[in-house]
Design a protein around this ligand. Structure first.
Ligand code: 5GP
Ligand code: ZN
Length: 113
């Protein structure tokens, strides 16, 4: 756990979140500011700054995040969905604990802004 990290605190249940799924390695909870009818954040239980760091340090966790995303999407009957990692402030990352956005339930335009 990293001091001051919002998502470490959510994983540790120190800050409330609407948890929708969990696996051995990951926790999934609703985004507080949803950008689509389904907007779930799927985070590794262990703190890594971004997706690349996670991939180097705990590669099984990357697979686990996408498996949980697929299970949530299937359980909700989503016909399509988008999975996104923002890396770095310029790309919109605001919480520096790696997290996979799962977005769905509406049509999504491309390219993203
Ligand atoms: P990022 O911008 O880093 O890719 O994504 C961070 C996400 O965390 C944003 O979509 C933001 O709405 C969400 N978020 C920020 N603070 C909280 C919070 O306290 N609880 C929850 N559930 N989501 C949060
Ligand atoms: Zn953290």
């Amino acid at each position: 756990m990293v001091m001051g990290c919002l998502f470490c605190k959510i994983v540790a249940l120190e800050i409330p979140a609407d948890i929708v799924a969990e696996s051995e390695l990951s926790v999934a909870f609703n985004d507080i500011s949803p950008q689509a009818p389904t907007h779930v954040l799927i985070v590794p239980k262990v703190h890594f700054q971004n997706a690349a760091e996670l991939a180097y340090e705990q590669p099984d966790s990357i697979a686990d995040l996408f498996q949980l995303a697929g299970e949530i999407a299937e359980s909700r009957g989503l016909s399509g969905y988008r999975t996104v990692f923002n890396t770095g402030a310029e790309a919109g990352q605001s919480v520096f604990h790696a997290h996979l956005h799962l977005l769905g339930g509406r049509s999504l335009s491309w390219p993203p802004g």
